[in-house]
Design a protein around this ligand. Sequence first.
Ligand code: PEP
Ligand code: MG
Length: 978
Amino acid sequence: MGSIRIVAGGLSGPVPSGSFRAREYNREPNDTADLIAGYPSPRSSRNMTQTPTMPSERAHKAAKRYIYAWGGGHAEGSAQMRDLLGGKGAGLAEMTSAGLPVPPGFTITTEACNDYFAAGEKLPDGLWDDVLGAVAEVEKETGKGFGNADNPLLVSVRSGAKFSMPGMMDTVLNLGLNESTLNGLIKLTGNERFGWDAYRRFIQMFGRIVMDVDGQKFEHAIDAAKEARGAKQDTDLDADALRELVGTFLRVVRESTGREFPTDPLEQLDLAIKAVFASWFGKRAHDYREYNHIAHDLGTAVNVVTMVFGNMGDDSGTGVAFTRDPNTGEKVLFGEYLTNAQGEDVVAGIRTPQPISHMAQELPQAYAEFERIGQRLEKHYKDVQDLEFTIERGRLYMLQTRSAKRTAVAAVQIAADLVAEGIITEREALTRIEPAHVDQLLRDQFDPSAKTSAKKITAGLNASPGAAVGKAVFDADRAAEMAGKGEKVILVRIETSPDDFHGMAAAQGVLTARGGATSHAAVVARQIGKPCVAGCAALIIDYATKSARVDGLGFSEGEWISLDGTTGEVFVGALPTTAARFEDQAELQQVLKWADKVRRLQVWTNADKPEEAAQARSYGAQGIGLCRTEHMFREGERLDIVRDAILVAFQATRAKEKTAAGGSLSPEDADAVTKFDETMGKLEKLQEGDFYGIFEAMDGLPVVIRLIDPPLHEFLPNYAEVLVEVTRMEAQGVAATDPKLVSARETLRAVEALREQNPMLGLRGIRLGLMIPDLIKMQTRAILNAAIRRVKAGGHPHAEIMIPLVGHVNELAETRKILDAEAKAVQEAAGQTVDFMFGTMIEVPRGALTADAIAEHAEFFSFGTNDLTQMTFGYSRDDAEGGFLLSYVERGILPANPFQTLDRVGVGQLVRTAVEKGRAARPGIKIGICGEHGGDPASIAFFDEVGLDYVSCSPFRVPVARLAAAQAAIAGAAERDK
Ligand code: PEP
Ligand code: MG
């Protein structure tokens, strides 16, 4: 799994280094006692009574303090310093302070990285001197010398940013080796093979990462050495073979770079620090940050850590483990380890790691200690930990602790369990689950009945749950390319590496032939919420022919396959999926109930049909914030009725005005009026039925019904198509009286009459209602009659009639007059009154700017942030996203797609203004948002901040919004407390 699981191995010599003296742990005294209790007694190799070597304010030559060291039970940094030390550095400091066994070392801060780049890739003045000072302290702490041939200090140089970016940056192990320190290492360990193996690993890693040598060249050399010696595995190569390999590797470096491999440990260190800094801007790190919305200017810290070695015999080993199962959340130690190995052996899949539970038999003492430390770290950090460790000759070293990445299922389970165990509060639990996790839990699963008849070709490890269906693709670039064209793809790889990240992100799911539950594919897929089946050993993947097969069955690029990441099964063909059942997810419901207690914002839904309303209600929706009535017009035979109405709408409206003014009508006009009223009558009936169903599904809750919004031409056939049809008939000599041609010409005329250059800015929304008042009247009648029928049936409908696209107060005042008159007539005719509210969308910038005047006539506002974004930026929402907009985002011209995440600075300013003006004019006016941003967590935080009453989003996003609204409330409270 790329370099994710690289575990610093290292030197033993007179193992180990520091005296990990217990000291009082200032944050959580009880936890400290726990942490220390699990740790063996301090070592006697050094003078335990000496005063600590690490003063809290170490002298430094650079203008800023760039280095924080740890060792001997003392650390200059702490868990609170993630910004400066990165997650890894902060974790190592914290573990050291807590008395856990951590090899000594130091962290060069993220600030140093940023200053390095700001100075044109030059170390800040004085930093190198400070590095030398810190190295000297580590030497003192370990009793070893950097470059000392008799007792060499070796270090790992490891990246570590504020936010965990597994495997996306670089790490160099075994640094400090050269021919003379190698001899010292061999003498000290008495293990020649081990020494040469450590050296060849160092040259390989340093060569690839620091000196840019093609890694394949080293791999080929290893393969050649194995072939020459008839060795099957790397471990079969003996000391002689490895010595020869070192010679080959040094030649490879020379030939590839034109220079000798550096032998001075300090030069090695200087180059490695710079290479790790540089990896912050590497492609895969950049892609990862883009995907995860991590700022590019944070920089990475560099950790220089004393090596400890897991490959010093069968009483040594290395591994990674989670304190709970990151797939399911189950409370069991979960992970893998290898005896007599360094981290990259786990990574490269050269040997199959053992489940961590085996360690209980093979290395019982180390296992027991590790288990104890794991539990205590979990309690200390109040979260599941992802731990890296190395056992050197029976002695355990902790090399990393960090909050574990987890699946959505696990996130919710763990949060619920930690609350039940009294480790965290309900409020804290809400911050442990990402809104995206909730989203994933509502993802599709395979229909179980379809699976029984499907063609299963193989099974692997159920590495990341969920159902994925897509066309097989064997290359990450190709996956990204095809997905970019809208295709669903599954990325199939022998194993993945960080370079495949963009392909994984673009794919529906990931399938690998190699690698375990902690492989790169598994970890990354889980994190980004993609189903993944890993380690399908029987699957023979051939990149050359872009195909994969198992016993005669197989698939090639472009063929559909289906992965069940929950069970590990792989099927050929596209299996049907079923929606995840929210009602079966007790823990999720529990967590969302906690969210409901905390959040201030209500969560409503955008729903146009009774089924959608019912579904949203079952997800916890507290109302309908947007029912787009025109969606009801587009269904089945309704479209024909609507078209018939539109074709005569303007003529009939003018004719009615003429009659109202006392004029008489021509037979054609009278005909148009009859036809219009007839079709509108049909529509009214249909809509009334729809509204009745929606009121029933949302009984007792508010239902915002928006009057027709889109330009009428949207209901008519496409202009170009009708034109082609008419032209074709004319060219074919079809008689002018032919009813088909007559009708086609009539349609063409109507479409032509309604055509606009900029329909989005044309006759739509409130303008349409004012031009054809019967639309307002018909819809008002349908809504109120449905409500009256519900009242008569014992229901409690709460209709809120909403007018779209208001830009001027007079538009709204005029509309209200028409609507109120009709409402009065309906209620009088029915002999029944119903309460309803009259309100408006705020989606035109002028509407937002004059919201005080508009509020005089509106009892509620709902922000249409789709149109508001379109009109504020001047970007066509129909075209921009398919064109320049995504390029803008990629190039950093815009921080995000403003149609997805609200632009706080611009559009947000209009929202703020409208809220303030609206509330000033009509205190207590109800205000919501029903644009797409209503389901976007970052935007929800903004809507909470500006004090809206509710957000309204698609049914599927209601649970996500419930959590996001709670998180916004928690963050808001924290901000106020500051
Ligand atoms: C909006 O503009 O945000 C909105 C909800 O209306 P529509 O998307 O239907 O234009
Ligand atoms: Mg709109």
